[in-house]
Design a protein around this ligand. Structure first.
Ligand SMILES: C[S@@+](CC[C@H](N)C(=O)[O-])C[C@H]1O[C@@H](n2cnc3c(N)ncnc32)[C@H](O)[C@@H]1O
Length: 183
């Protein structure tokens, strides 16, 4: 049994809505990830939900080593089921953003979409993302504008900049993105 907000019913309902509404966002973010990920790069999607972004990336870049983590066991079950249907070579694990199973300096690109607004301790979470990123690795975080993604969160990173996010069919002002490099 999952103890998170995203239990079985909510996870399945989110997955259906995400499929209908968020395809443009996943394609846009996948393009951003693909632009910064070198050949064979290790990419981790944090708060992956049903894993739609990971699957979009797998379809684009067979060379990437793709993984996703999420606090919700039900979301991870959906992501794994989709991976099995597609015979995709990707891995999904249950984990909290503040206690990731990845080793220090082991990931080339950390990406996260629409999850940060649910993290109770953003500072600790971003420190954990920094821990798993190798020096020179890239962090890409996207969320709704209402999440107010503070620039100070990324004070341990360099080259911190806002990324414009305008997926097709969405009003311009809905999403915000931040790109930062680990040192
Ligand atoms: C709105 S969904 C977004 C899912 C996916 N990234 C997407 O864009 O479709 C937010 C996800 O963040 C996950 N989440 C919330 N708090 C988390 C935490 N502390 N650690 C890991 N994942 C978390 C939730 O379980 C949920 O699957």
């Amino acid at each position: 049994m999952s103890t998170t907000y995203f239990d079985h019913e909510r996870s399945a309902s989110y997955d259906r809505r995400a499929t209908r509404l968020l395809g443009g966002l996943y394609r846009r973010v996948a393009a951003d990830v693909a632009a910064v990920a070198g050949p064979g790069a290790v990419v981790l999607d944090v708060g992956t939900g049903p894993g739609r972004l990971v699957h979009e990336l797998a379809a684009r870049r067979a060379d990437l080593v793709l993984g996703g983590v999420d606090l919700s066991t039900d979301m991870v079950a959906l992501a794994r089921a989709a991976a099995a249907r597609r015979a995709a070579r990707v891995t999904f694990e249950v984990a909290d953003v503040t206690a990731l199973p990845q080793r220090d300096d082991s990931v080339d690109v950390v990406v996260s979409t629409l999850s940060l607004h649910e993290w109770p301790d953003r500072r600790r979470a971003v420190a954990e993302l920094r821990r798993v990123l190798r020096p020179g690795g890239v962090l890409l975080v996207y969320d709704f504008r209402f999440a107010r993604v503070e620039r100070e969160l990324f004070s341990d990173f360099v080259d911190v900049r806002r990324v414009p996010v305008r997926p097709k069919w969405w009003p311009v002002a809905v999403f915000v993105g931040v790109r930062a490099s680990a040192v």
